[in-house]
Design a binder for this molecule. Structure first.
Ligand code: KG4
Ligand code: ZN
Length: 354
């Protein structure tokens, strides 16, 4: 089975083709194969505004998407007849961009008589570890991106149980806002990670919001405020680079400890229901952070989970994850009608299950 995927929900314009064999039992064989992908990052177009400007993003998607799809098709030496379905991010995301991708996918699907699949962007992040590492259901998922911070139990395609979520900022948002306070560019996550390598993570005693609370929820707004207070406490003219590096490292360590504490609670409940030996998957843009990953890998080892984080290029937004989730849904017979309406908000636990 071969599927074309399109991603346009934020500031990356991307097209990719993935494939997988289907076993005699009708199930998708894991892992899958990424055949080709083309991605245009719009980071430079938005950097001036220190954040994504929805209208600029939508116009850029419209200007470049057809060329990127043609490129991915050419790289895969693939014709329309070789595809089994056309998938696009149907939400959640910036509505202008989602409309561009969905309209493109529907048009290709209608013209070439192929099934159309509207993929939930978060399901794309969630299932990537099945494409790359062949992670079996059920698994525990920590989804950490610019818009989300959630712990989910994943028991099948479209089958998600929300265990905990953020009460205010998403973790990527906390990185981006703190980076802005530190005078670093956008996106803030990679900038903080880089600067933190030169810093002392014990330099500043930042709060660990929600730690030891009897649920799996997160909160990051207080951490960002604490970062601001530290910066404001510095005497004028003494904002030396080393101070920022120490603050970046202290911030990252605080985030790690919160994620570990919350994931630990989720693991206890997950093991009670499903036993040990399952996967612990970290996905979403923040999963590109190697420091956080090494801390979370340690937790997984301790608790009897196998650890999986997608390779860097598949952590941040991309079309391979959309193509793959589309393939898993198509294989399960979950296609969408051509009058599907793009959904700016679309929680994972509202998906149709296989
Ligand atoms: O998944 P993604 O590409 O877009 C969303 O769906 O949100 O995630 C983008 C987020 C941004 O907030 C960015 O700062 C964060 O992921 N991010 C990182 C790193 N790379 C990207 N955060 C921490 N460390 C990183 N290395
Ligand atoms: Zn994303």
């Amino acid at each position: 089975m071969r599927v074309l995927g399109i991603e346009t929900s934020c500031d990356e314009t991307a097209a990719a083709i993935v494939e997988s064999d289907i076993g005699a039992d009708g199930y998708v064989q894991l892992p899958g194969r990424l055949v080709s992908q083309r991605l245009l990052s719009q980071v430079d177009a938005h950097a001036l505004y220190q954040g994504v400007v929805p209208e600029i993003a939508a116009r850029n998607h419209l200007a470049h998407l057809d060329r990127l799809i043609a490129g991915a098709m050419a790289d895969a030496e693939c014709g329309w007849d070789d595809l089994d379905a056309i998938a696009a991010t149907g939400g959640p995301g910036l509505i202008g961009g989602v409309i561009v991708g969905v309209t493109m996918a529907k048009t290709i699907a209608m013209t070439h008589q192929k099934p159309f699949i509207a993929v939930n962007h978060l399901e794309g992040h969630a299932l990537t570890a099945r494409l790359t590492d062949g992670v079996a259901f059920p698994f525990l998922l920590l989804l950490v991106s610019g818009g989300h911070c959630q712990l989910l139990s994943v028991t099948g395609v479209g089958s998600y149980e929300l265990l905990g979520t953020t009460r205010d900022d998403a973790v990527g948002e906390a990185f981006d806002k703190s980076a802005k306070l530190m005078g670093l560019g956008y996106p803030g996550g990679p900038a903080i990670e880089k600067l933190a390598q030169e810093g002392d993570e014990t330099a500043y005693d930042l709060p660990r919001p929600m730690r030891h609370r009897p649920n799996c929820d997160f909160s990051f707004a207080g951490l960002k405020t604490a970062v601001r207070q530290v910066i404001e406490s510095w005497p004028d003219g003494e904002q030396a680079r080393q101070r920022y590096a120490d603050l970046a490292a202290s911030f990252q360590a605080a985030v790690a400890e919160v994620l570990i504490d919350r994931a630990q609670r989720a693991m206890t409940g997950f093991v009670e229901r499903h036993g040990t030996g399952h996967g612990f998957v970290v996905a979403g843009g923040v999963a590109a952070n190697q420091y956080l990953n090494s801390r979370l890998r340690g937790l997984a080892d301790e608790r009897g989970f196998t650890f999986h984080a997608p390779p860097l290029a598949l952590c941040t937004d991309n079309a391979a994850m959309i193509a793959w989730a589309g393939l898993e849904r198509a294989a399960a017979g979950l296609e969408d009608p051509l009058d599907f309406k793009p959904r700016p908000r679309w929680p994972l636990d509202e998906l149709t299950a296989a």
